[in-house]
Design a protein around this ligand. Structure first.
Ligand SMILES: Cc1ncc(COP(=O)(O)O)c(C=O)c1O
Length: 370
């Protein structure tokens, strides 16, 4: 069986010994929450991303929600994002008491900065108080254009980097372009914990202190709750795991890039396969390797019969999710995202795939069109 996401058994062979030592140390220390491992990881991760501060939280959804809460926007303010993302992106906006506003995607399957077409329910972009672009599949969006929109419209820029640890745009790592960057360490992510985890990065000291307060119940000091916070902390065991795995991240990313190159070279021109556009100034980290084809479901079925597991990210765009029906969108509002949701297929991508396995994937996909 060739899986589309990381092979944990192989990963454990590489990192298991060191991770177990890290976990043992935590168990012996008796500090399980908000201790030295979290502090050490926050420092190491901030350093990796190239920012002053990182704040560990419970998961990527909380990272986005807490980042938005730290901006003190008035209740119900609009946050512009893409309809083609993990539903958690939209849920996080909602959790922060804000209103998701969707706009259609472009050829890179990211928020289409060229026209930021706003839905009819919004009269103008004045109602957008923050923009939340998603570096989907690890492919940086046109972040400088998104940044320009934010500057011109007085909106905050918060990046959803849940799938894009270490991806860069014009040589700068994503998560550092706006006010805040949000990461998920869900186990299958490029940098994944052995449980849930997330982090928010920023260069702004005031925002940093606010984030720290919000994640711990809004406390300014022990038992003094000054603002309405939440309870969302990265725990010591996950921080210990992440500290070990962070050291392998660049090596794993390099292998992901090699595999992506092989797929791009060998699947171009096969059937009606297309790839999400990669900006010439971007270096994606290929969290997922996604192809688009009008025969997506047939191809997925054939690959599954050949023991090659694929995924669909994502089959239902957010504006058509039942949970967002209160926003009043309907089918046809974002035709590009709707079409992509019927055509995207994530084929196997993780650092432990062997050359033989990726050749087998390509061989079977080519066979489908013969
Ligand atoms: C783009 C995106 N945003 C947000 C999230 C939420 O992260 P988490 O699952 O850690 O809450 C995910 C992960 O599922 C994601 O892929």
């Amino acid at each position: 069986m060739i899986n589309w996401f990381v092979d944990f058994k192989k990963e454990l062979k590489e990192v298991g010994q060191e991770v177990k030592i890290g976990i043992d140390n935590v168990m012996e220390s008796g500090r399980f929450v908000m201790g030295p491992k979290v502090a050490e990881f926050e420092k190491a991760f901030a350093n990796y991303v190239g920012v002053k501060y990182a704040v560990g939280v419970g998961n990527g959804t909380d990272a986005i929600s807490i980042a938005l809460q730290a901006l003190d926007l008035s209740k119900g303010s609009g946050v512009l994002t893409t309809p083609l993302t993990a539903t958690y992106t939209g849920l996080a906006i909602n959790m922060a008491g804000l209103t998701p506003v969707f706009s259609d995607i472009g050829l890179d399957l990211n928020l289409n900065h060229k026209f930021f077409k706003l839905p009819k329910i919004l009269k103008s972009s004045d109602q957008i108080k923050a923009v939340l672009p998603v570096h989907l599949y690890g492919n940086p969006c046109e972040i400088s254009a998104v940044g320009d929109f934010c500057v011109n419209n007085g909106a905050y820029l918060v990046e959803d980097c849940a799938q894009a640890h270490g991806a860069n745009y014009q040589g700068k790592i994503v998560g550092t372009f706006g006010d805040l960057g949000c990461f998920s360490f869900y186990p299958t992510k490029n940098l994944g914990a052995y449980g849930d985890g997330g982090a928010i990065v920023t260069n702004d000291e005031d925002i940093y202190f606010k984030l720290r307060m919000i994640r711990e119940g809004g406390q300014s000091e022990k038992y003094r709750h000054d603002i309405l916070g939440v309870n969302s902390r990265l725990d010591e065991i996950q921080a210990a795991v992440l500290l070990v795995k962070l050291k392998f991240l660049d090596k794993w990313t390099a292998r992901r890039k090699e595999i992506a190159k092989y797929y791009l070279d060998n699947l171009a021109g096969v059937g009606d396969i297309r790839f999400p556009k990669v900006n010439s100034v971007s270096e994606p980290v290929y969290h997922l390797f996604v192809i688009l084809t009008s025969r997506r479901d047939e191809l997925a079925k054939l690959l599954s019969e050949k023991e090659i597991k694929t995924g669909v990210h994502y089959p239902i765009p957010l504006h058509l999710q039942k949970c967002f029906s209160y926003l009043g969108y309907k089918k046809g509002d974002f035709p590009e995202a709707e079409r992509a949701s019927c055509e995207v297929l994530s084929i196997p991508m993780h650092p432990y795939l062997t050359d033989i396995e990726i050749e087998e994937v390509v061989w079977n996909i080519k066979g489908f069109w013969k």
